[in-house]
Design a protein around this ligand. Structure first.
Ligand SMILES: Nc1ncnc2c1ncn2[C@@H]1O[C@H](COP(=O)(O)OP(=O)(O)OP(=O)(O)O)[C@@H](O)[C@H]1O
Length: 951
């Protein structure tokens, strides 16, 4: 077994000039720890980051991390002095600058796609080239139970690309440096991260418009532009991750690798059928070392449902598999070839069965990496996809055609629900073998470098995609990969910080790194296929770039916040840009294992764009990969406890998804119920109010009718009265003369004593004119009846108070004086006519008449009304309060029962500030109408009495 500490010691000694003791750990857990330590050892001596080491929950972590000091260009201290990578020990010219640098995170904001999408305010607002503010839409509304995002946050990135960014510009700033590294022999990783529909595929592959080619085709263009005339002869081929071996037989050209099996169309034909994107070529040319020859190799895989598939591999159709050539490493596959030419079954009863086999991920043998076996055994050698095809391409056009074929495969096996949506992680690896012209035959001089471009599947959660069954499983696995990727980054960051902090704390003295390493966490790369494949970039050497795609019009604010926080985490992880190496190695042994195929149905649509659309129902058999060779026990679980914990996490996560789904459904149901209830209530309220309104209208109409009737009746009565008046005129001439003479007497000899009414002097300046015997030539409106002066009228007098009562109003308090006034037939007539009579008075339609009893009663009524008003005022405005002291004294003197009679000065009077509204008696129109009615009735009664008396 490998002696890992020795490895560490070697690295440590080359980098920090310290000697680490050898240890003999053999477990994988320890191996992983050491791997992390080894990677971290590169940072030995780095100044301690200022940031606190307390681990905050991911949710609350500030997402504007500043790069550590060493990244910001601060010169390393003596402790931090770094030496070239120790891989020089086994390879020749492979020294590289091993400065650690954080993963670069670029944000690309997707533009609004016009009418196809609902228009809304974007919730992302770039505030500078590197910072963006994210504000939750509808933040004022109650926060969602499921929402975990902050209402407004600022996130920082290495650079932010606004919506109008052109593909070429984006490529130059994000990917071109990685292409340069690739051509110079250094490896790199670029991955896109974001929710579905955020523009990841557009960024990687591009669109259909001219100039919209993505970073992948542009990378191929630049590579082939730059190595023009420097192509190697292909006598060597890459194997595994960094291995090289002589190619079997001549494989000099792309065409020569095409399959020749009779009856099957050639790959070239298939590729010709695929749409060409050759019009959109990036013209960039990079300067390369012209002393070397270059060969370019391409591989294309996808991680789907935690299985790795080769997208260049042939898909076995029912009548094709046996006739197909075996999948040799160097042979160009004929993927889809037979399938494309088969008549597609249209019914599900007899689906076409397609099979594809998952590939195993295996650890690299030591010879591939330039490390000693002991070094490799610690896990830092990375892993490779066993059996994946690496195809040599000689031009960008060939490469693009192959990639399109791979994409076709991906789509066939892609999601059933939405064929446009990438539900798998797609990995394209461009590998370059570089050999010095003078050392063509020296295999050990061949340098290998890789650039892997990863189009990650959408990171959205299941509740937004309404997934179920297979889709749920798919989503679960996508999320698992991304979750593990996040966990790996978090662990790496923590380890790097721990190491840097402990080394900084040593203050220049020698540190036993074993102690430090013991405290480092195991990076859980092996818990997801994606991270297993990518681990070499994190613990080995290579630059890493992350592209965060975001659609600011998307409803998934929460998911996008999660993406942002993930990017912050990534930016805090450092990687080591280095030089890839190559070793030859004997082919690894493989071991047959139990294969548990997974079958699922796929619906494939072909045609479209003006052609007839055919739907084919297929069954896909996804065979599991063969297990690893087990040579070094790498396939043993790292630690059963950790594995169990991961499984538990996975189970809990699935439960959480389930619970969230149920919550969302219940929430929707409850909302609907509440809405229905509200609607029913609103309807019933509307009915009630309508009914009330109708009743009100009816009531008012009745009232109005009554009023009109009253008025009509009154008018009629007045008409009758006129007739009676004519009769009476003659009869009363005598009385008139007498009244006139009396009036004359009164006016000349007015005396208060002649006025029995206590209110006589209060009548609007008519003092002296109203008295018992005074006959005022008051103009009485026509509407008022003019009953004859008869003694019988007294009998009707009793009717008056009742008749003047309003229906609704309470009876006004009848004071003593008012009673007197009402009883006295001689009570003076109120002089001021009611305003409603004024018109008639002015029109001269009334005539002077003698005072009758009815008139007197009317006057009395008016007077009592006035009195009511007059009496109300002082009563409501003044309060008489007995003096407390005096009362107390009286009680003390005479006991509790003693009657207290306040003397002068023993009462306080107090003005009340305000009369209470509604307590006063108010004479309303109804009252007046009632009075008129009463008067009319009285008058008619009087007339009847008088007439009966006459007869
Ligand atoms: N920068 C851009 N300019 C113009 N259109 C864009 C841009 N980015 C994305 N689009 C368009 O937005 C749509 C969604 O983009 P894309 O398919 O790349 O999303 P995605 O993140 O890859 O989704 P999925 O994860 O489901 O595959 C596509 O129609 C694409 O053409």
């Amino acid at each position: 077994m490998a002696s890992k500490p020795k490895t560490t010691a070697t690295r440590a000694s080359t980098r920090s000039k310290t000697t680490a003791p050898t240890t003999t750990r053999t477990t994988r857990a320890a191996s992983r720890t050491t791997a992390v330590s080894q990677s971290s050892t590169v940072t030995s001596g780095l100044p301690a980051p200022k940031r606190t080491t307390t681990r905050k929950p991911l949710l609350n972590r500030d997402n504007s991390p500043e790069p550590p000091e060493h990244v910001r260009g601060k010169k390393p201290t003596a402790n931090a002095a770094r030496a070239p990578v120790s891989r020089t020990a086994t390879t020749g010219d492979l020294n590289a600058d091993t400065d650690r640098e954080p993963i670069k995170a670029y944000l690309r904001i997707r533009p609004h796609l016009g009418d196809a999408e609902p228009t809304s305010q974007p919730y992302l607002d770039p505030i500078s080239d590197t910072a963006v503010q994210m504000t939750e839409p509808y933040a004022s509304s109650a926060p969602s139970r499921l929402s975990s995002a902050h209402a407004s946050s600022i996130y920082t990135f290495s650079h932010i690309f606004p919506t109008e960014t052109q593909q070429a510009d984006f490529f130059n700033k994000t990917t071109l440096p990685l292409v340069r590294d690739l051509l110079e022999g250094r490896s790199g990783l670029l991955f896109t991260y974001g929710v579905t529909n955020s523009g990841k595929t557009y960024t990687v592959q591009g669109g259909s418009q001219p100039g919209s080619a993505g970073i992948l085709p542009r990378t191929l263009d630049v590579v082939f532009n730059s190595i023009q005339g420097l192509h190697g002869d292909g006598r060597y081929r890459p194997v595994r991750l960094n291995g090289v071996e002589p190619a079997e037989g001549p494989s000099n050209s792309f065409a020569s690798q095409l399959p020749t099996t009779s009856g099957a169309p050639a790959l070239a034909d298939i590729l010709d059928d695929l749409p060409s994107g050759d019009d959109d070529i990036d013209p960039t040319v990079l300067t390369v070392d012209r002393n070397h020859e270059y060969t370019v190799w391409l591989s294309y895989s996808e991680v789907y449902n935690e299985k790795v598939y080769d997208l260049f591999a042939a898909i076995d159709a029912p009548d094709a598999p046996s006739s197909q050539p075996t999948h040799s490493q160097s042979a160009i596959p004929r993927p889809m070839s037979s399938f494309l030419n088969l008549p597609l079954p249209s019914s599900q009863s007899n689906p076409l069965l397609l099979t594809r086999k998952a590939l195993a991920v295996k650890p690299c043998p030591p010879s591939d990496t330039g490390l000693t076996s002991s070094e490799a055994a610690n896990g830092s050698a990375g892993k490779y996809v066993a059996g994946i095809r690496q195809i040599r391409v000689e031009s960008a056009a060939q490469a693009k055609a192959l990639l399109r074929l791979g994409q076709l495969h991906r789509r066939v096996f892609g999601t059933l629900a939405n064929t446009q949506s990438s539900r798998s992680h797609a990995l394209v690896t461009i590998k370059i073998l570089r050999v010095h012209r003078g050392e063509k035959n020296d295999m050990s001089s061949i340098q290998t470098s890789r650039l892997t471009l990863v189009d990650l599947a959408g990171s959205e959660r299941t509740k937004h995609t309404h997934t179920s069954g297979d889709r749920l499983r798919e989503a679960g696995n996508i999320n698992k990969s991304l979750m593990v990727l996040g966990q790996c980054m978090e662990t790496l960051r923590t380890n790097q910080r721990t190491l840097a902090r402990s080394l900084a704390a040593s203050n220049g003295t020698r540190v036993d790194t074993r102690d430090v390493k013991r405290g480092l966490a195991i990076v859980p790369f092996r818990h997801s296929k994606l991270t297993e494949i990518l681990m070499d970039y994190f613990v080995g050497e290579g630059r890493a770039v992350m592209i965060v795609n975001v659609n600011p019009y998307d409803t998934g604010f929460d998911e996008n916040s999660h993406v942002m926080r993930f990017s912050a985490l990534a930016r805090e992880v450092s990687t080591v840009p280095g030089t890839a190496v190559t070793r030859t190695l004997p082919a690894g042994k493989t071991r047959a294992s139990e294969v548990v195929p997974h079958r699922r149905s796929v619906t494939l649509s072909t045609g479209g764009h003006g052609k007839k659309v055919n739907e084919a129902h297929l069954e896909v058999l996804e065979e599991d990969e063969e297990s690893g060779d087990g040579e070094d026990g790498e396939d043993e679980p790292i630690n059963p406890l950790i594995d169990a914990l991961f499984d538990e996490m996975e189970r809990l996560r699935a439960q959480l998804f389930d619970a969230e789904l149920r919550c969302a459904v219940v929430e929707a149901e409850v909302r609907e119920e509440v809405m229905e209830e509200m609607e029913a209530r609103m309807q019933s309220m509307e009915k009630t109010f309508k009914r009330r309104l109708m009743m009100e209208i009816e009531h008012h109409e009745k009232k109005l009718d009554a009023k009109i009737d009253m008025m009509a009746q009154a008018r009629q009565e007045i008409g009758n009265s006129d007739e009676d008046l004519t009769d009476l005129t003659e009869e009363d001439d005598e009385v008139d003369a007498q009244v006139e003479s009396d009036q004359f007497d009164d006016s000349s000899d007015a005396s208060p004593s002649r006025s029995p009414s206590p209110l006589a002097g209060k009548g609007k300046g008519t003092s002296g004119r109203s008295s018992l015997r005074t006959t005022v030539k008051t103009e009485i409106p026509m509407e008022v009846d003019e009953p004859e002066v008869t003694s019988q009228d007294d009998e009707a007098e009793s009717l008056l108070p009742q008749d003047t009562e309003s229906e609704d109003e309470p009876e006004p308090p009848i004071t003593k004086s008012s009673k007197q006034a009402m009883k006295k037939p001689q009570a003076p007539l109120a002089e001021a006519p009611s305003p409603i009579f004024e018109k008639d008075v002015k029109a001269g339609r009334v005539k002077a008449r003698k005072v009758s009893d009815t008139d007197t009663k009317l006057a009395n009524l008016q007077q009592s009304l006035d009195e009511m008003k007059l009496q109300d005022k002082p009563r409501d405005s003044t309060a008489v309060i007995p003096d407390k002291k005096a009362r107390k004294a009286a009680v003390a003197h005479g006991g509790e029962d003693a009657e207290y009679v306040p003397q002068e000065g023993e009462v306080d009077t107090m003005k009340k500030k305000k009369r209470q509204l509604g307590k006063n008696r108010v004479v309303t129109d109804d009252d007046m109408a009632a009075i008129i009615l009463g008067t009319s009735q009285e008058a008619s009664t009087g007339r009847q009495l008088r007439r009966s008396a006459r007869h």
